[in-house]
Write a new protein. Structure first.
Length: 250
């Protein structure tokens, strides 16, 4: 099995820059895969989940009443989200109004509130507009929950990721531990269950698999195996000039 670092992009004739949309549930490894693909393809990577988390953090810190439409609209006018590479680890951090808030947006406090905030139509319209502008020149890997259905329904490659609950919970716990955050199994399990319900049942752009997306259950796939599978799909798409993909499951 080839490691993601053993692929040599220059060995493939790049015919066309494409958009790769990766959707799926929390804890399915969307961001891990998207970051690796973007780095290997020399594409931009956008973590839309981080954008919703940044809005959520702002609402929490400024005591915004999310059921008050006028208050939400006013708050959104004061929010600026950007991404910058952190020189200490070469990873992309999320900046909220000019301040690096990457650690703060990954806390369980934010995770417990992000789905209700993400369900607000005004918030989704605000962020989707920004996300669509980022795809003007293609060459983009974007992950989230409505990328292939709402943000970029014309994306050349759409992936929908799933994993079993046990795997998802452990991945989220591992992520929190890697960031020096405390978390217990029951709290994370409850958080994922609640987010799944809200994400799939909200009226505005609910989480769902696009009709032409390729579904991947990565419960028993290693990171390298997952990467190789999707990387090869992307290179085939690039070589074929972005021809329509065949839907299937893995």
């Amino acid at each position: 099995m080839l490691s993601q670092f053993q692929f040599v992009l220059s060995s493939y004739p790049k015919v066309k820059s494409i958009i790769i949309a990766i959707d799926g549930y929390s804890g399915c490894g969307k961001s891990t895969l998207a970051k690796a693909l973007a780095a290997s393809l020399n594409y931009r990577y956008i973590d839309t989940g981080a954008m919703y988390r940044a809005v959520t953090l702002y609402f929490l810190e400024n005591n915004i009443e999310i059921e008050n439409a006028q208050e939400v609209a006013s708050a959104l006018e004061n929010i600026n989200i950007s991404f910058h590479v952190n020189p200490s680890n070469n990873q992309t951090d999320t900046f909220l109004n000019g301040e690096d808030r990457e650690v703060a947006i990954r806390t369980l406090r934010v995770a417990n509130f992000v789905s209700p905030v993400s369900a607000i139509s005004a918030v989704r319209k605000f962020l989707v507009k920004q996300q669509q502008l980022m795809g003007d020149h293609r060459a983009l890997v974007m992950d989230g929950r409505d990328i292939g259905t709402v943000v970029f329904p014309d994306a050349e490659l759409k992936i929908f990721m799933t994993a079993n609950d046990e795997v998802r919970i452990q991945r989220r716990l591992d992520e929190m531990q890697s960031k020096g955050q405390l978390g217990n199994y029951d709290d994370v399990a409850a958080n994922l269950k609640t987010r799944d319900l809200i994400d799939t049942s909200r009226i505005d752009s609910p989480l769902m698999k696009a009709a032409d997306a390729i579904e991947i259950d990565n419960s028993e796939l290693t990171r390298d195996e997952q990467f190789e599978l999707v990387y090869n799909m992307a290179m085939e798409k690039i070589q074929n000039g972005g021809a329509p993909q065949k839907t299937s499951s893995y």
